[in-house]
Structure formats: structure tokens, C-alpha cells
Unconditional design. Structure first.
Length: 539
């Protein structure tokens, strides 16, 4: 009797142990860890597998996903309820989604735990994604669209962190992956605020066609208008394309949507600093001409969180000597003021030449505004001086003085004084002309002259008069500043080489002093004789 009781207890223990071993070895697995369903109820299939040698049951129930606006998408399964997974076998399940039209754009997710009935520790997790796109009909074609790159063309932002008023370029690739032509392809884009769930900007590119296997890259540019942006919000840049695929019926028959997240560009953030005032839409009103006044227009934007007081600008161009202060005053956060002021163009500007007008934006403490990444509120406006509007003469004066006599066959020296009459520093190039017919060049001690406004300098010029010249002669001093020039004539009187006592004496060789005294005595004797003869005749 005792033996039978022991055997019973032993058998019960074996059964319990086998049962525990069954639970311990029980395992279910999925063919995929995640599925994505769209608003067109396109079913997605996955497989549930049982890896042990006994059948198990799992429970599949419908699931709901709620977006941030409270809209509910429902996901159902087929088969549903309690589903038997055969020993060492599997079952294929199809999931479908019912997505309301106002469900937020992008993907909303939920983790769904599928477990064995009666053994909840034997479970797997399936991530359910509901993705609402900008396509308004099911995609039946072979069109593909992707965002290859997004970058800031101008402004204070980077590729994924933008500032208000940044100019953005998106490089979008559209491809035909089918075997037939896709016609009437239209690419549309939209910047979507995922925080407020609002569309901020939108645009559309003109239609085109793609033959099978072809693709086309579009550069889509847009500007972030500050009134539509909020600091701290996140944004997604969506692109979608529709077209008529000749392989399918319908008009249009294909739609493909993508966004920057799908292209691994990450979410986009708009930065709004505490204090930042910038300029926008700068332009020159009128035609810049020498000595004339033009107007500069634009917008002054406070794209910071704080209101600003006593904002002002410094406007300058060192080459033209322009330096001007423009007072703006108070500007509220995310507000703007019109900019309009007069700018005087100096008379010595060079026609046809381009200049840059630089703007710096200052706060009430006389500090230049800076973004959080260290960029100054510094802006440049290029402008070109109108052709035919300026004098062609250099802004300088030239005076010349003879330092030595001018004699035939000898060198002589002229001291020229050059004065910069412009309001800014200038560099002049000096040349000589019109001397070649009566003299030859010896030297000029300066041919390039840099002078501050109003400053002067002397230039020493040496020429040699030809042996056979005499009387009034002239040459010219020419100053050049770019395409401008100034010509200053210089007149001299050349003493010719006629009879010259000193010249004749010089030819007598040594003892020149004694020969000169003797010659002088002879001349005096001749004069005395002539005078005596005239006196005698009068008597």
C-alpha cells in the first residue's frame, strides 16, 4: 500500500515537472518586429511561429492608436480572437487599419504584446505603426520620391536647425522604377508643424514625364516666414508626387509620399533666441550714381523672444568713405519695422564698379546682435555705380616746380606735389608722357602713390634735354586711379647751346683759369679801342 502511494506521488511529480518543462520550453516568435499601415487600409502580413513540439493558443484582439489630437485609428487582425499555433508550426496573420482622414501626418506607434493563452510570460512584442501621408489615393504605380539633402542657403541656421527667415534648399529625387512611362508627374511639398499639427508652408513644381528607369532631381527653394514659426516646435518637410503610370489605369494612378525623417535627415527644429534682430529684403531704390542720393529699403525683424529697445544700424563702405548711423527704435518680439533711408554716393566713386554696403545691427547697449551659434547680425548689400554717371577724372591735384635750370644736353629736375582730394584713401599710379620729342627719361622716384584723404607727397622727376633743343617745351604728368585719369601739363624753357664762353673755354684743356683771365683782358682792350675810335670821329 505504501509502495503504491509512493508511485502515485512520483508520477504526479513527473507530470508537474513535464508541465513545467513544457512552459519553460514554450516559445513564440514573429517574422517581423514592426509593421506599418496607411490610411488606405493596405493589409500587412506577419507570421507567428511556435518553436516547441506541442500546439499553443495565442490571443489576437483589435488595437487602437490615438494621435495627439485625439483622433483614433483602429487596427484589426485576421484571424482574430484565440488562434491555435500548431506544434512546431506557424500561422500567417493579416493586419488592417482604419485611419480617419484627419489623423495627424506622419507615423504614430504602439507596442502590442502577443502572448500565449494561459502563459502570459511566453510573449512577443509587435510594433504597430499607423502612417498618414499626403497622398489622397492608393498608390498603384512605380513612382518613387526621396529627399536627398536639405540645406540652408542663407541665414543663421544649419541643415536641421533653422532660424526664422532662413532660405532653404531641398534636393528631391523623383524616379520611375517601372517598365512604362509615367506622365504628368507633379511634385508637391509642405512644411508641417508636428507640435501644433498645422501646415506652415506649401509649394508645387510644374509637371514632367519620366521614361522607364529614368529619374530627375529637383532643387526646391523656400523661405521661412517668421510669422508662421514658433520656437521649440518640431517640423517635418514632406514631399509627395503624383503621376499617370501607363502600366495602370486611372488618372492619376500613382502617388508616393516621403518626409525628411524617412530620408534620415532627422526632425527639424526652429531656433528662436532670446535676443536677435536681423535685416531682410535689403535693396537699393533708384540708380546709384556719383554724387547722387539713393534710398536703401528693407525690413528690420526682431526674431528673438524678447522685445527690443533703441535698435540702430551702422552702415559703411570703407572704400567709398561711407559711414552712417540709422536709428530704428523699439521692435516687439517676432515683429518687424520698415527700413528706408537716404544714402549719399561720393563723387569719386568709379562708374561701372560694384561695391558692398555693410550693415551691422546694434542693441541698446551698443553691442552687435549675435545668434546662439555666434553669428553676428551682419549683412551685405551689393550695388553697382551706373555707367556714364561719374566724372572720369582722378580725385587729385598736381603742381610742379623746377628744381634746376633746363639746358640743352643736360639733366634737369622737377618736383611734383600730388594731393589726394578724395574723402577716402587712394592709390594713384604715376606716368610721364609727351617728353620724347625733346628729352629723354632719367628717373622718377615714385610710380605708385598711396595717400590718405587730403594728404600730399612729393615726387622727384628727372629728364635730360636733347642737345639740339631750345625755347619753350612741355611734358605731362598722368595720374591713374582704375579707369580714371588726370593729366597735368608742365612747361619749361630750355636754354639752347649757342655761343658759350664757358663752353669754349672748357674746350681749351688745362690752365682754364689763366686762359679765362687772358681772354677777358683781350675783350676789354678791344672795347677800349672801339670807344676811343668813336670819340676821335666825333671830334
Amino acid at each position: 500500500m505504501m509502495k503504491k502511494k509512493t508511485l502515485r506521488v512520483f508520477g504526479l511529480g513527473v507530470l508537474v515537472l513535464l508541465s513545467l518543462m513544457t512552459f519553460a520550453n514554450a516559445a513564440i516568435s514573429l517574422s517581423t518586429s514592426s509593421i506599418t499601415l496607411n490610411q488606405f487600409s493596405d493589409g500587412q502580413s506577419f507570421t507567428i511561429s511556435n518553436s516547441i513540439a506541442s500546439p499553443i493558443n495565442v490571443s489576437l484582439t483589435s488595437q487602437t492608436i490615438t494621435d495627439s489630437k485625439g483622433n483614433v485609428a483602429t487596427i484589426t487582425f485576421n484571424p482574430t480572437g484565440t488562434v491555435l499555433i500548431p506544434l512546431s508550426g506557424s500561422v500567417t496573420v493579416t493586419a488592417n487599419a482604419s485611419v480617419p482622414s484627419n489623423f495627424i501626418l506622419g507615423a504614430s506607434s504602439k507596442a502590442y504584446v502577443i502572448s500565449e493563452v494561459g502563459n502570459p510570460s511566453n510573449n512577443v512584442t509587435l510594433t504597430l505603426n499607423v502612417k498618414n501621408t499626403l497622398c489622397t489615393f492608393r498608390d498603384d504605380g512605380n513612382l518613387d520620391v526621396s529627399i536627398d539633402d536639405v540645406k540652408v542657403l542663407s541665414g543663421f541656421g544649419s541643415d536641421t536647425t533653422w532660424y526664422p527667415l532662413d532660405e532653404i534648399e531641398a534636393k528631391v529625387d523623383v524616379a520611375n522604377n517601372g517598365n512604362d512611362t509615367i506622365r504628368n508627374i507633379v511634385v508637391k511639398w509642405e512644411l508641417y508643424d508636428t507640435t501644433s499639427q498645422k501646415r506652415i508652408l506649401k509649394g508645387e513644381e510644374s509637371d514632367f514625364s519620366l521614361k522607364d528607369g529614368d529619374d530627375k532631381t529637383l532643387n526646391i527653394d523656400f523661405k521661412l516666414e517668421s510669422s508662421s514659426l514658433k520656437g521649440g516646435d518640431s517640423y517635418i518637410y514632406y514631399v509627395w508626387a503624383t503621376g499617370k503610370d501607363e502600366a495602370f489605369s486611372g488618372s492619376p494612378s500613382t502617388c508616393m509620399s516621403t518626409d525628411n525623417v524617412a530620408s534620415n535627415l532627422g526632425s527639424l527644429d526652429v531656433t528662436i533666441d532670446s535676443n536677435l534682430v536681423i535685416l531682410d529684403s535689403l535693396e537699393v531704390v533708384g540708380t546709384p550714381s556719383c554724387g547722387e542720393t539713393v534710398q536703401i529699403s528693407g525690413k528690420v525683424w526682431n526674431i528673438g523672444e524678447d522685445d527690443e529697445q533703441d535698435v540702430y544700424l551702422k552702415v559703411y563702405n570703407t572704400e567709398l568713405g561711407i559711414s552712417q548711423r540709422v536709428d530704428i527704435g523699439d521692435i516687439d518680439s517676432l515683429d518687424s519695422k520698415d527700413l528706408l533711408f537716404d544714402l549719399n554716393i561720393p563723387e569719386d566713386a568709379q562708374e561701372g564698379k560694384s561695391y558692398d554696403l555693410t550693415f551691422l545691427v546694434y542693441d541698446e547697449n551698443d553691442d552687435i546682435f549675435e545668434s546662439s551659434n555666434g553669428d553676428q547680425a551682419k549683412f551685405t548689400l551689393p550695388f553697382t555705380i551706373a555707367s556714364g554717371s561719374c566724372t572720369t577724372e582722378v580725385s587729385a591735384s598736381v603742381t610742379a616746380v623746377l628744381e634746376t635750370e633746363v639746358k640743352a644736353g643736360q639733366e634737369f629736375t622737377v618736383r611734383a606735389t600730388i594731393t589726394n582730394t578724395a574723402s577716402v584713401s587712394k592709390t594713384f599710379n604715376l606716368e610721364l608722357s609727351d617728353y620724347g620729342t625733346w628729352s629723354s627719361f632719367v628717373s622718377v622716384d615714385k610710380t605708385s602713390i598711396t595717400l590718405n584723404a587730403g594728404a600730399s607727397t612729393d615726387v622727384i622727376i628727372k629728364l635730360k634735354a636733347n642737345d639740339d633743343v631750345s625755347g619753350s617745351q612741355s611734358f605731362s604728368i598722368i595720374l591713374r586711379d582704375g579707369t580714371k585719369s588726370l593729366t597735368q601739363p608742365v612747361s619749361v624753357s630750355v636754354q639752347g647751346k649757342g655761343f658759350s664762353l664757358t663752353g669754349w673755354i672748357t674746350g681749351l684743356g688745362g690752365n682754364t683759369y689763366l686762359w679765362a683771365i687772358g681772354a677777358l683782358n683781350v675783350i676789354l682792350v678791344v672795347i677800349i679801342i672801339v670807344v676811343a675810335v668813336r670819340v676821335v670821329r666825333k671830334k
